[in-house]
Design a protein around this ligand. Structure first.
Ligand code: SAM
Length: 288
């Protein structure tokens, strides 16, 4: 079992060797190994219900809005004409839910490798997906996302990689071959965005993705947001497209799209959208 439930009723993350966060474990709603991963869902007095996979916090009811709003609204509102979205991973359904809030989006295909994550999230974390799996525009595929993008002939305007970290089943989703296949599945002017770790503690992941994305896309960069339960400061989101103008749009250009979409958000705003691409010096230095 990854992650450790200390005898004092705390959940200790095991992502890093020398620092760790711990969350008090109230009621444990599920703890078992799926066919692929150690999965635990428990209650915490501050964050609400929490899901962890292989010792790493994946999502919490309390702060999921930051991560899911940014990884959907930024690419969809920047692109402006999104009709087809692919989500790779995203088992908890929070990303699916936010994509479907865009009424102009006609179809969201979600490729999740572990059926148990979906089933247990629907059972114990229903507030996160909020019925998204029942939306007729949803298309859930249980498969390896890497194999899916290699084999599908479908095309997408936005691809969102909402994966675990680059170990276990998630490792293949950080390779250049996977990014190349994603590129081939994007429509002209399409955007790939990725969960790309916490740069202060995972600088190697940032550099690797920047190099790999840069070899396949005309414009590869990052945007950031602080996700409280992703310990270590800013979370980085990979950004890759051949249309370099997409990440340089002004808040004035985004604002009418945001208003027209009628989104109700708790983190995302058009100003936050624009500001999220302004990276701190230590990240810029790491990307030189
Ligand atoms: N927000 C989280 C984060 O930033 O780490 C990610 C949450 S979501 C639960 C991660 C999902 O990626 C999991 O459900 C996991 O099963 C899925 N996953 C991992 N490797 C995958 C693969 N190769 N293909 C499809 N889904 C995968």
């Amino acid at each position: 079992m990854s992650g450790s439930e200390s005898d004092s009723g705390w959940y200790d993350e095991t992502l890093y060797p020398d620092v760790a966060q711990r969350l008090r474990m109230g009621r444990v709603l599920h703890r078992d190994r799926t066919g692929l991963q150690d999965l635990v869902i428990f209650e915490n007095p501050v964050l609400g219900r929490v899901m962890a996979l292989d010792g790493v916090i994946q999502t919490t009811e309390g702060d999921e809005f930051v991560y899911h709003e940014m990884l959907t609204h930024v690419p969809i509102l920047a692109h402006g004409r999104v009709r087809r979205v692919l989500i790779v991973g995203g088992g908890d359904g929070g990303m699916l839910r936010r994509c479907l809030e865009h009424k102009a989006v006609e179809r969201v295909t979600m490729v999740e490798i572990d059926r148990s994550v979906v089933d247990l999230s629907m059972a114990h974390l229903p507030a996160i997906s909020a019925g998204a799996f029942d939306d007729p525009r949803s298309d859930l595929v249980i498969a390896d996302g890497c194999a899916f993008v290699r084999e599908t002939t479908e095309r997408f305007d936005v691809i969102i990689v909402d994966s675990t970290d680059p170990h276990g089943p998630g490792a293949v989703l950080f390779t250049e071959d996977f990014y190349a296949d994603c590129k081939a599945r994007l429509t002209p002017g399409g955007v790939l965005v990725t969960q790309n770790g916490v740069p202060f503690l995972q600088p190697g992941e940032l550099k690797d993705s920047h190099r790999r994305l840069g070899r396949r896309f005309g414009d590869a960069g990052f945007f950031v947001a602080p996700v409280p339960s992703y310990y270590g400061g800013f979370m980085a989101f990979g950004w890759a497209t051949d249309d370099a103008a997409l990440r340089r749009q002004t808040a004035e250009a985004i604002r009418p799209r945001f208003a027209a979409a009628g989104l109700v958000t708790r983190y995302y705003t058009p100003d936050i959208h624009v500001a999220s691409f302004a990276l701190p010096a230590f990240m810029l230095d790491a990307l030189k």
